[in-house]
Design a binder for this molecule. Sequence first.
Ligand code: PGA
Length: 248
Amino acid sequence: MRRPIIAGNWKMNNTASEGYDLVTALKPLVKDAKCDVVVCVPAIDIPSVKKALHGSKIRLGAQNVHFAEKGAYTGEISANMLKEYGVKYVIIGHSERRQYFGETDETVNKRTLAALAAGITPIVCIGETLEERESGKTEDVLGRQIEKDFVGIDDFSKIVIAYEPIWAIGTGRTATAEQANETIGFIRKRMKKVYAGKNVGRMRIQYGGSMNAKNAKELMAMPEIDGGLIGGASLKAPDFAAIVNFDK
Ligand code: PGA
């Protein structure tokens, strides 16, 4: 059995003190969660959120990591810098990074390997645009990401994939539970084929894209869906808690 994992992606929201307050409000609301709970926060919020998380089972996550160990990469943050703060998860290759910051399958792969080397669990985002879905290219696009983003990984139980159809992110337009289930099923099947013998069966795959308190239960009831990556609805403690407590 794969343990569900619900992660919040705050994106560029919440100052350090706002993040502290949000997590402080969230803690009691999710203390009986049956799933893994993660908050992926802006890098500069990490110290204050870490303080707020003290004594909680909520795990600390980041939103990006550089692939080099150290060096002349102005503005970047290394896996060891995250690790020293107790960061356990890091989002890699979010569609916003691919779209606005020139992230490629190659850099996604390098960042993923760097996170793994530091013992941080990567949450690697893959997904298709609306145009790609409507022109029947979803499987081609996902197939390409599958082939390129995960080269060199030996044990897939140590990574999480977030399937995020780009047309569903921040749009209020969720994939139907059936659509999400079917596509995640495709991803798992293809991964098992491409990375045979590497523990793909134990890898968790989340759905992401306008997931909220209302649709979480239906999405989480799907056999292929192991969790969610939550943007907008992770910014308010009661909303995020309602998703985490989807089983109650
Ligand atoms: P959303 O974002 O929940 O606001 O659609 C999800 C994501 O981008 O990870």
